[in-house]
Design a protein around this ligand. Structure first.
Ligand code: ADP
Ligand code: ZN
Ligand code: ZN
Length: 734
């Protein structure tokens, strides 16, 4: 027998896999299988990624695998191919990539399958039940009745509270009246149609045209569609119908959404349309056990529809037929922290390509990357230019803050317009991109402003709680009454959501006001509480950060006020304008989704700014065309490829010295190196941050460079003093 070598990925920062020999008396081994292996003095859990006939190490030096944890693989070969692709593309160790892809409890050895048992009656048991048996054993009789009360049987877990049920069940089983069976994964294609509880609206002509185009190109085969539909145009209806086709054909569907906490309505719509179709929801708000449970239901195929945030792109879904990425422009699809920084949207496209299945990216405000891919012919565009359900798009107007009386952030025009809409029974959304009471606390005499001691940032004032807090490191202090420097009075400068809520309450006494931001909403139920205050009409004004822009469909909102659009106009980040345009259009899209036409007011000190003018005159489309031309002229993405080497250290010099050494270690290649430069906010939570950018017109050249460079960077002596990460296709440049 030739010794087979098993290559194992382990969750270590080492950029390599490890070779082992099969365990003694080994069963057949396949890639994707979970194993326990000796590693140093301990044992570690890893995943077999391939079987090999050669090792770079001597066979006699190789250790044996201790044990196989499962008799089936954790990943099928298709998913393993995606994980390998991600490790290569993001230049990250495969072991850590795999660790990102599976729930913590699976990494720690939890069984892949939850074995669940149901107790049902046999034919003899039914007869016994009807005959009133067993006549004397009252408790056995009661259990028999209970087990017979549901045709499908009773789950063992549901019997836990039944006194001494195991004893009674054993007696019943000895008489062949009941059986214990393992629950089988459900296979229920027929139920798709039967389960639909909601009346399905007939598609609008635009929706029908989009559906016809997708359907004409086939239910299988790779195709990337960009569904560009204005807010309220009914993109979700298109996803629902495409999903339904796949479910009917017995295939499964993956829907990726930006932040599930912010889109309960979308989950609700899928759950309602496909009631009875098993659905799994995977997001960051789950406990470890909940995540394991949802993951298992995707892994064993019982979930037919998987809805999830970023990391759900790695969900193990057999017979996947369609991927949908809703709000594809959203930054939360990009993992921007930690070691493995990936784009779930981009990986979803790779996954669709590898599986040879269609993918739909949907947005009212597509990323410039995606629009560029449309013009290159890589994606096909589907347009929904009109609102469904007869609603008119809102009218947009700029308010010149320099020409108006402004009280606590609100111009006179905005205040009188709010009053008018409230009088007409409309609801109002007020958007401001700052939480807290005020962004600054300053001295009226000496010019002191409250700084964070750990960050290059100011502390935010929380007046109700009487605290000063840092939004970057979490520092939290007592709100001082006087200037700590000179003892004079202090005052708050600027506005946050809390202050706007307060001043609206003064101006519109008696009107219900709700607030939505990350300080109010830390949990799912808190979000639902705020949303239901608006939905019920109890609250008439909603103040909030970009959280109010996402996914909600409040039909009675007729006015949206954007308090300050100016922060994004003059940023150093080349993507700031794109983000501002997307936010303005998305927030504006909340207005007038019902029968009444909506109105949008945007307060600004720069009403002549070309970005704002462009958005107003030509909409997102015109903005995007102009912005793409600018990117091309400046050779920024999508017209160039970027990677950022980021570092942080306890001393400012260490981060830049490491990056300078990395720059010196760079092999000659057709790339441009920019930096090192300190981050715009260099000090954060006591660490100093800096970055070095790598730019190339050519993706292949960039990746060939990274292949050679990353190992050299890792070997630098300076590496010990820093934390570093490579960010391929970075979204934010600080
Ligand atoms: P989007 O996701 O594009 O912003 P939605 O899918 O939320 O839009 O649809 C907006 C509203 O229009 C929803 O209330 C939805 O129920 C309704 N709608 C969508 N499609 C239709 C249709 N074909 N007929 C009637 N109403 C529709
Ligand atoms: Zn002072
Ligand atoms: Zn801080």
């Amino acid at each position: 027998m030739t010794d087979e070598i098993l290559r194992v990925a382990l969750d270590t920062p080492l950029r390599r896999t490890f070779d082992y020999l099969p365990a003694d008396n080994a069963p057949a081994v396949v890639a994707g299988q979970r194993v326990r292996v000796p590693f140093g003095r301990r044992e570690k859990i890893g995943f077999i990624v391939s079987t090999e006939s050669h090792s770079e190490l001597e066979i006699s030096k190789l250790k044996r695998i201790s044990s196989y944890i499962d008799d089936q693989p954790t990943f099928d070969t298709a998913l393993l191919t995606l994980l390998r692709w991600a490790a290569d593309y993001y230049h990250h160790p495969l072991g850590e990539v795999i660790a990102t892809a599976v729930p913590k409890l699976v990494r720690e050895g939890a069984p892949l399958q939850e074995r669940s048992f149901v107790w049902t009656l046999t034919a003899a048991g039914r007869a016994a039940l009807e005959a009133g048996e067993p006549k004397r054993a009252r408790q056995q009789r009661a259990l028999l009745e209970h087990l017979g009360s549901d045709q499908a049987g009773i789950f063992e877990e549901a019997l836990a509270d039944w006194p001494r049920w195991r004893d009674h069940a054993r007696s019943l089983r000895e008489r062949d009246w009941v059986m214990r069976q393992e629950r089988a994964p459900s296979a229920q294609t027929e139920e798709v149609a039967a389960a639909n509880l909601e009346p399905t609206p007939a598609p609008t002509p635009d929706q029908q045209a989009a559906l016809d185009t997708v359907i004409a190109s086939g239910d299988t085969g790779y195709r990337a569609w960009l569904l560009q539909g204005i807010t309220g145009s009914g993109k979700t209806e298109v996803y629902l119908r495409l999903a339904e086709r796949q479910l009917r054909a017995g295939r499964r569907v993956l829907i990726l959404v930006p932040e599930i906490g912010l889109t309960p309505q979308l989950v609700g719509r899928f759950a309602k349309r496909f009631a009875g179709i098993p659905l799994a929801v995977l997001h960051s708000g789950l406990t470890d056990t909940q995540r394991l449970e949802a993951w298992r239901r995707t892994h064993d195929g019982s979930a037919r529809l998987v809805l999830g945030t970023r990391s759900a792109v790695f969900a193990p879904i057999p017979d996947l037929g369609l991927i949908v990425v809703d709000e594809e422009h959203d930054a939360s699809f990009k993992q921007q922290e930690g070691g493995f920084r990936y784009s779930a949207r981009d990986l979803a496209l790779v996954r669709a390509q590898q599986l040879d299945i269609p993918i739909v990216l949907g947005s009212a405000t597509p990323s410039l990357e995606s629009l560029h891919n449309v013009s290159l012919g890589r994606y096909q565009r589907l347009s929904l230019p009109r609102r469904a359900a007869n609603a008119q798009p809102p009218t947009l107007r700029l308010i010149d803050l320099r020409a108006e009386h402004v009280h606590a952030g609100l111009s006179t025009t905005a205040a009188t317009t709010i009053e008018k809409h409230l009088a007409n029974q409309g609801q109002v959304l007020v958007y401001i991109n700052r939480r807290g009471y005020a962004p600054t606390l300053a001295c009226t005499a000496c010019g002191w402003v409250a700084p964070c001691l750990s960050c290059d940032a100011r502390l935010t004032v929380y007046r109700q709680a009487s605290r000063l807090r840092c939004h970057h490191c979490g520092a939290d202090r007592e709100l001082p009454r006087q200037c700590p420097q000179c003892g004079y009075a202090v005052k708050t400068v600027g506005q946050g959501t809390e202050r706007i809520e307060e001043s609206l309450a003064e101006t519109f006494a008696g009107v219900g006001i709700a607030r939505l931001d990350r300080d109010v909403v830390r949990r799912q139920d808190e979000l639902e509480a705020v949303v239901s205050r608006i939905a019920s009409g109890e609250a008439r004004i909603l103040v909030g950060t970009q959280m109010i822009a996402k996914g909600h469909d409040f039909p009675d909102v007729t006015l949206v006020v954007v308090l300050n659009a100016d922060q994004g106009l003059f940023s150093t980040d080349f993507r700031a304008a794109e983000r501002l345009a997307q936010t303005v259009i998305q927030v504006a899209g909340r207005a007038g989704r019902g029968d009444r036409r909506g109105e949008v007011l945007i307060q600004t000190e720069y009403p002549e700014h070309p970005l704002l003018r462009g958005l107003l005159d030509g909409g997102y489309e015109a903005f995007a065309t102009a912005a793409l031309a600018e990117r091309e002229a400046a050779a920024w993405p999508p017209f160039a490829r970027l990677a950022a080497l980021r570092a942080s250290a306890l001393q400012a010099d260490w981060a830049t010295e490491f990056l300078a050494a990395a720059r010196r270690a760079a092999p000659k290649a057709n790339v441009r190196l920019l930096g090192p430069a300190p981050a715009a906010m260099a000090k954060r939570a006591g660490r100093f941050h800096a970055q070095l950018l790598v730019e190339s017109a050519d993706r292949t050249a960039l990746h060939r460079f990274l292949d050679r460079w990353v190992p050299a960077v890792e070997a630098l002596p300076e590496v010990r003093r820093v934390r570093w990460a490579l960010d391929v296709d970075p979204l934010e440049l600080f």
